[in-house]
Design a protein around this ligand. Structure first.
Ligand SMILES: *[C@@H]1O[C@H](CO)[C@@H](O)[C@H](O)[C@H]1NC(C)=O
Ligand SMILES: *[C@@H]1O[C@H](CO)[C@@H](O)[C@H](O)[C@H]1NC(C)=O
Ligand SMILES: *[C@@H]1O[C@H](CO)[C@@H](O)[C@H](O)[C@H]1NC(C)=O
Ligand SMILES: *[C@@H]1O[C@H](CO)[C@@H](O)[C@H](O)[C@H]1NC(C)=O
Ligand SMILES: *[C@@H]1O[C@H](CO)[C@@H](O)[C@H](O)[C@H]1NC(C)=O
Ligand SMILES: *[C@@H]1O[C@H](CO)[C@@H](O)[C@H](O)[C@H]1NC(C)=O
Ligand SMILES: *[C@@H]1O[C@H](CO)[C@@H](O)[C@H](O)[C@H]1NC(C)=O
Ligand SMILES: *[C@@H]1O[C@H](CO)[C@@H](O)[C@H](O)[C@H]1NC(C)=O
Ligand SMILES: *[C@@H]1O[C@H](CO)[C@@H](O)[C@H](O)[C@H]1NC(C)=O
Ligand SMILES: *[C@@H]1O[C@H](CO)[C@@H](O)[C@H](O)[C@H]1NC(C)=O
Length: 371
């Protein structure tokens, strides 16, 4: 009798615990990066379309290894959270550190040992609190050796430990969210991400298909961010599967959505079926924001095409070919993220949108055709 009673109590407690875990569990994330380099005013972000806004990028001081914000960015970064919360109090903000323009040597040195990681960790938490950010995002995109990856794993572990002890000392705030912006797949040529440490220390990862080296700017095929590719493993679906296969739970993966595309010069403008390129077009690197692509299409009276093999949109004007994600592909990618039980999506970057068309499509509640 007694044991049956205690069993019942244990059962109820377990149920309650599960319920609490469920309540604590993060719900669907609609994140957007705001990048200071664009000059897009923070106050112009349509916050009704996002749950999380990510302010990019803070830097690392090359001599003290503390987190630093350039004087140019200080004003917008320090008021970022207040500005976006003015429109919607329930938006969470994160401060992202690094990015593709960051100095790879400084990150390597900062992470190299416990005494250089410490000032980074302490200052990052201090600055996050000072400016009201609810989380920090490490975008150390140049890390590519096994020692850097090992150090990154140690950094995440010490970061989490500090975040925990910070709230233990200060019960009035909740523990900081810690995330990383990572490549489209965990493995690289000579190493792979510190998956074990990511799993136990980070809240989630932003899996970003933008990358000049491992998600190559190929001379052929459809896009820089194809969801599928039957002839190669360099595509988002294979990358996401690899992240999940490596041990990262699907509900810790946030899918990056590029709000930009690439323009290329076709080798043979008559042959846009088997597309081969001679090099970038329109801009020096070929990269163009969605907004600029739409303006270009309109100016040239072109039409947006769709390739369901890769799940990409594209257009052709003379010998110029532009691959990008339009409303159609964004909707399909978000449906894909839902179907795979991912945690949500993150837009790079909000300023590239055209009148919030893509952000609204991504935020749409209607589930379109699943792939
Ligand atoms: C405010 O943000 C929350 C969470 O991100 C969202 O569910 C809600 O729709 C937003 N409300 C408005 C008015 O934008
Ligand atoms: C990167 O940082 C290293 C170490 O501080 C420095 O020597 C180098 O000049 C920096 N590189 C650039 C491009 O600023
Ligand atoms: C830790 O790394 C920093 C930066 O590379 C270096 O200056 C320092 O000497 C190292 N300290 C130890 C104890 O190895
Ligand atoms: C690793 O990254 C550094 C800095 O971006 C780069 O110079 C180097 O070529 C990369 N190495 C490999 C093997 O990709
Ligand atoms: C505790 O957190 C609150 C809110 O972030 C902050 O205002 C306060 O200064 C913190 N106190 C300490 C001792 O860190
Ligand atoms: C693309 O083509 C150029 C010129 O034909 C060549 O140098 C380059 O290696 C090619 N890149 C790839 C990724 O195939
Ligand atoms: C493309 O097609 C046009 C008309 O059919 C033809 O005149 C032209 O020579 C072709 N260009 C190439 C590069 O094949
Ligand atoms: C997509 O493009 C590839 C390469 O150009 C082509 O082989 C394939 O048939 C296209 N798929 C569809 C459905 O049009
Ligand atoms: C990729 O490289 C090109 C030119 O080398 C540069 O303009 C572009 O910003 C880079 N993109 C990313 C996402 O690093
Ligand atoms: C924000 O997005 C919503 C949904 O697409 C739209 O109705 C609203 O007009 C937008 N607000 C601004 C200021 O663009």
């Amino acid at each position: 009798m007694v044991s049956r009673f205690s069993f019942a109590v244990v059962f109820v407690v377990l149920l309650l615990y599960q319920e609490l875990q469920f309540i604590k569990a993060q719900s669907w994330i609609r994140a957007g990066y705001w990048y200071s380099g664009t000059g897009f005013p923070v106050s112009d972000i349509n916050s009704s379309l996002f749950t999380h806004l990510i302010c990019a990028f803070a830097e690392v001081n090359p001599s003290t290894y503390e987190l630093s914000i350039t004087p140019d960015d200080e004003k917008s970064f320090s008021s970022f959270t207040n500005t976006v919360k003015k429109k919607n109090l329930s938006i969470s903000t994160l401060l992202s550190i690094g990015g593709s323009a960051a100095n790879s040597t400084v990150f390597k040195l900062m992470a190299s040992n416990v005494s250089s990681r410490k000032p980074f960790i302490e200052s990052s938490i201090r600055i996050a609190r000072l400016y009201g950010f609810e989380g920090l995002d490490l975008a150390w995109v140049s890390a590519n050796t096994s020692s850097e990856m090992r150090n990154m794993g140690n950094l995440f572990e010490e970061w989490r430990k500090s975040a925990k002890s910070e709230v233990a000392e200060n019960s009035s705030s909740s523990e900081l969210i810690l995330t990383a912006s990572v490549k489209f797949r965990p493995s690289m040529d000579f190493t792979s991400y510190p998956v074990e440490s990511i799993r136990s220390n980070l809240n989630w990862v932003h899996v970003l298909p933008y990358d000049n080296t491992t998600f190559p700017r190929r001379n052929s095929t459809a896009s820089h961010a194809a969801l599928f590719d039957p002839s190669s493993t360099v595509n988002i679906d294979d990358g996401i599967k690899e992240w999940i296969g490596s041990g990262i739970a699907a509900n810790k993966v946030v899918l990056g959505l590029p709000f930009y595309g690439y323009a290329w010069t076709l080798k043979n403008p008559n042959d846009s079926a088997s597309i081969t390129f001679t090099g970038p077009a329109i801009t020096s690197g070929g990269d163009m924001s969605y907004k600029d692509i739409k303006a270009y299409i309109k100016r040239n009276g072109a039409s947006v095409k769709y390739n369901s093999t890769y799940e990409v949109n594209y257009c052709t004007v003379g010998s110029t070919w532009i691959g990008f994600d339009d409303v159609q592909v964004v909707t399909i990618k978000v449906a894909y993220a839902r179907e795979k039980n991912l945690l949500g999506y993150a837009v790079w970057q909000v300023a590239d949108d055209d009148n919030w068309v893509l952000s609204a499509a991504a935020a749409g509640k209607v589930l379109k055709r699943l792939i």
